[in-house]
Design a protein. Sequence first.
Length: 118
Amino acid sequence: VQLQASGGGLVQAGGSLRLSCAASGTIFSVNTMGWYRKAPGRERELVAEYTGGDSVAYADSVKDRFTISRDNTKKMVYLQMNRLKPEDTAVYYCNAHGTILGAPAEVWGRGTLVTVSS
């Protein structure tokens, strides 16, 4: 079972990036997926996630700028990030909740670095 995130990079303030995350492993049944981030010197925080069905939760700091979407058939989740700010600089982690062989499971990806220059 693995989560592979991609799409990070260096962008100027005001720019956009799109992160992608793919869940692999046929025994992992995905229920929800989302994105977290960890900036230097700060705790890891929620960015956006599906909380059940089509309900989505966003951090206040990214509302109206970031959009989460998913493709359930491909076990993928995306994060479209617009109007990026230097304070969005962080390592972004993909997270998934589901079951593995019937047992609840939570899986974290390795993270992808997003750097926003001013």
